[in-house]
Write a protein that binds this ligand. Structure first.
Ligand SMILES: O=C(Nc1ccc2c(c1)CNCC2)c1ccc(F)cc1
Length: 337
């Protein structure tokens, strides 16, 4: 096992659970609490001019506190690497959960997951962010099958707010909106709606609305806006998918309309909503557990936490203990911490 000095005494690295373009994700144990975490390891050389994406993702994840967005616990930077310690999603990718045999979900199960995606994206947009890379690989499940969005490396927070235009072409074409692949100016909120339409279609159908091995054919299909509507789709599902996969972004359903759409609210008492959290709450049990071990007063620990940049080991320990408490587990911490 490759040893990283920067993690010594803090995290024990285990198996690799993902590897993308310039990042490798490894399962690890946070030594002080014994909790599992995912550590995204990026070496600065292979990052190249993608380096700003890391800072963007860190800034976004530090701000975003939502039950369906993967939590950032700690960031460690060395001369050669970045380590992002993120919430571990032991259920892996949602679409692996759908599995091969079933290959698609029922309307009810699709709705359960899709409402969680809509809640996370509505929260993102309310803070002026757009994800811009919504795709199955970025939708994971935790141990309780709660959905978690990851990979905010492409997210954007346009300086003049979510309604100002972006231009950078990014994300994978299969899930990209027509205006994005045409290189037009686009609104992050509108391209996220299109990508969520592709995700909803994949949940309900078990395959993609636009797919082709040749990039030109794929583009042609996306720009045509034509896709199959399998017989098993209800008319309400078809109406919602059509409203999301509108070629003209101005005709596309908005995130607010989506939260209240009849298909989304069917069987539920209320529209999709989200809580506007941007600061974590003070928890006295967690603070007293930490103070019992490290000898500092709980009030001092909290003061340092609030003043910190929220990406140090103390923050990770606090948040992981808070997660344990919210899961009804005992608050234990090993003395070596
Ligand atoms: O937990 C993550 N990935 C993960 C976890 C479990 C499994 C996988 C990925 C894939 N194989 C099945 C088990 C994860 C969490 C945060 C992140 F930014 C990137 C990845």
């Amino acid at each position: 096992m490759v040893r990283y000095i920067a993690l010594k005494g803090l995290y024990d690295l285990e198996k690799t659970i993902g590897s993308g373009g310039f990042a490798k994700v490894k399962l690890a144990t946070h030594i002080a609490t014994g909790e599992k975490v995912a550590i995204k390891i990026m070496d600065k050389i292979s990052l190249g001019d993608d380096l700003p994406r890391v800072k963007l993702e860190v800034q976004a994840l530090k701000t975003l506190l939502h039950q369906h967005i993967c939590r950032l616990y700690q960031v460690i930077e060395t001369d050669s690497h970045y380590f992002m310690v993120i919430e571990y999603c032991s259920g892996g990718e949602l679409f692996d959960h759908i599995g091969i045999e079933k290959n698609r979900l029922s309307e009810t199960e699709s709705r359960k997951f899709f409402r969680q995606i809509v809640s996370a994206v509505a929260y993102l947009h309310s803070l002026g962010y757009a994800h811009r890379d919504l795709k199955p690989e970025n939708v994971l499940l935790d141990r309780e099958e709660n959905l978690k969005l990851i990979d905010f490396g492409l997210c954007a927070k346009p300086k003049n707010g979510i309604d100002s235009h972006l231009q950078t072409s990014c994300g994978s074409p299969t899930y990209a909106a027509p205006e994005l692949i045409l290189g037009k100016k686009y609104l992050g909120s509108e391209v996220d709606i299109w990508s969520m339409g592709v995700l909803l279609y994949a949940l309900l159908c078990g395959f993609l609305p636009f797919d082709d091995n040749s990039i030109e054919n794929l583009y042609r299909k996306i720009l045509s806006g034509k896709y199959d509507e399998p017989s098993w789709l209800s008319s309400s599902s078809k109406r919602l998918i059509r409203a999301m996969l509108q070629i003209d972004p101005k005709k596309r359903i908005t995130i607010q309309e989506l939260c209240n759409h009849p298909w989304i609210t069917a069987g539920f008492l209320n529209p999709v909503s989200f809580v506007h959290k941007t600061n974590f709450e003070k928890d006295d049990d967690v603070l007293s557990t930490m103070s019992a071990i490290c000898g500092e007063h709980a009030s001092d620990i909290w003061r340092k936490l609030v003043k910190s940049d929220r990406t140090d080991y103390r923050t990770a320990t606090y948040l992981l203990l808070l997660d344990r408490k919210l899961r009804g587990l005992s608050l234990r911490i090993s003395p070596s911490a």
